[in-house]
Design a protein around this ligand. Structure first.
Ligand SMILES: Cc1cc2nc3c(=O)[nH]c(=O)nc-3n(C[C@H](O)[C@H](O)[C@H](O)COP(=O)(O)OP(=O)(O)OC[C@H]3O[C@@H](n4cnc5c(N)ncnc54)[C@H](O)[C@@H]3O)c2cc1C
Length: 107
């Protein structure tokens, strides 16, 4: 982990840059003039790695070549989560800047 000391003082620290953290930070900064520091524990995704702008036929070609879009969600077998019966739920977790606002594919 890289830790950088900063002399800056912030009004608010938002932890997590997903939809919730992003909107909270934006609202506090833009509408309330707060100095906001956003922290995220996840990786920095590269836009060009996503297939969001790939045409449908190119999708097919890529799949036929054995390629697959990047899987950015955590593997629930490697990093399981727990629940109490009968409240089982499906959980998709993304550790990366932007969280689940980035394209996740269920395969
Ligand atoms: C396949 C899929 C499709 C979806 N489609 C839609 C849709 O069409 N419309 C819609 O409204 N919603 C949709 N959603 C739901 C929407 O994406 C989520 O509800 C929303 O993104 C959740 O935002 P969040 O900020 O709560 O969490 P996340 O987006 O998960 O963000 C959490 C952030 O916190 C960070 N973090 C986690 N732990 C730590 C830590 N300990 N310290 C620091 N940072 C940490 C993560 O890296 C991540 O950036 C979809 C979800 C999925 C999975």
């Amino acid at each position: 982990m890289f830790v950088q000391s900063s002399p800056e003082v912030h009004d608010v620290i938002v932890i997590g840059s997903g939809a919730a953290g992003g909107m909270a930070a934006w609202n506090l900064a833009v509408n309330h003039g707060a100095r906001v520091l956003m922290l995220d524990a996840g990786t920095r995704f590269r836009r060009e790695d996503f297939w969001t702008h790939v045409k449908p036929w190119q999708w097919r070609e890529r799949i036929e070549k054995g390629m697959s879009p990047p899987k950015i969600q955590l593997d629930n077998k490697e990093q399981p989560y727990s629940w109490k019966e009968p409240n089982k739920f499906d959980l998709i977790r993304v550790w990366g800047r932007g969280g689940k606002t980035n394209p996740t594919f269920p395969f």
